[in-house]
Design a protein around this ligand. Structure first.
Ligand SMILES: [Zn+2]
Ligand SMILES: [Zn+2]
Length: 152
C-alpha cells in the first residue's frame, strides 16, 4: 500500500489544494466541495445545489455550476460522462473505475489493480494521446435487483 495522498480530504487539505491550483478557497467553494465529498453517488449540479443551499441559502445554481467547472478545470474534481444523463461530478480523484446502474443511474466507485494496468491498444494513437484510462461497467445494481425480486 502506498501512503495515501493527504491532499485529498478535509477542509484544511481543500485549502492547500486550492492554493496549489491558484483557486481562492471561498466559503461557497468550500461548501460545494464539502457537499460533493460527502456523497458517493456522483451527484449532478442540481443535487449539489440543493444540498449546499441548506447551509448557504444565498448560493445560486449558477455559482454551483461555475464552481464545479472551475474545480474540474483545475483537476480538483472529475466529470463523469454517463450517456443521456445530466453532467455529474466525482470528488474522488484517486484512480478508480465506475459501475453504472442502467436502471437507477447510480454511479458507484470501485478499485481494481487489473483495470489500472490495462494496456491501451496501439491503434489509439490514430485518435489521440491517452492521459488516463477509466473503465465503466454497466449493469443492474443489487438494490435494483432486490426491488425487482420484491415486485415479482
Ligand atoms: Zn440500480
Ligand atoms: Zn467515481
Amino acid at each position: 500500500m502506498q501512503p495515501s495522498d493527504s491532499s485529498q480530504s478535509g477542509d484544511r487539505d481543500f485549502i492547500t489544494c486550492c492554493r496549489e491550483r491558484g483557486i481562492k478557497p471561498t466559503h461557497q467553494r468550500t461548501e460545494i466541495y464539502r457537499a460533493l465529498m460527502a456523497r458517493e453517488d456522483h451527484p449532478n449540479a442540481e443535487t449539489l445545489y440543493a444540498a449546499v443551499k441548506e447551509r448557504v441559502p444565498t448560493i445560486s445554481l449558477d455559482t454551483v455550476y461555475r464552481t464545479l467547472r472551475l474545480f474540474e478545470e483545475k483537476g480538483l474534481v472529475a466529470r463523469v460522462s454517463t450517456a443521456g444523463d445530466s453532467m455529474r461530478f466525482d470528488g474522488n480523484i484517486n484512480r478508480h473505475h465506475h459501475f453504472v446502474c442502467v436502471q437507477c443511474h447510480k454511479v458507484r466507485d470501485f478499485y481494481d489493480d487489473d483495470f489500472d494496468r490495462l494496456k491501451t491498444p496501439q491503434t489509439i494513437s490514430r485518435l489521440g494521446e491517452i492521459d488516463s484510462v477509466h473503465v465503466e461497467l454497466r449493469g443492474v445494481c443489487n438494490d435494483c435487483q432486490r426491488q425487482k425480486r420484491k415486485k415479482t
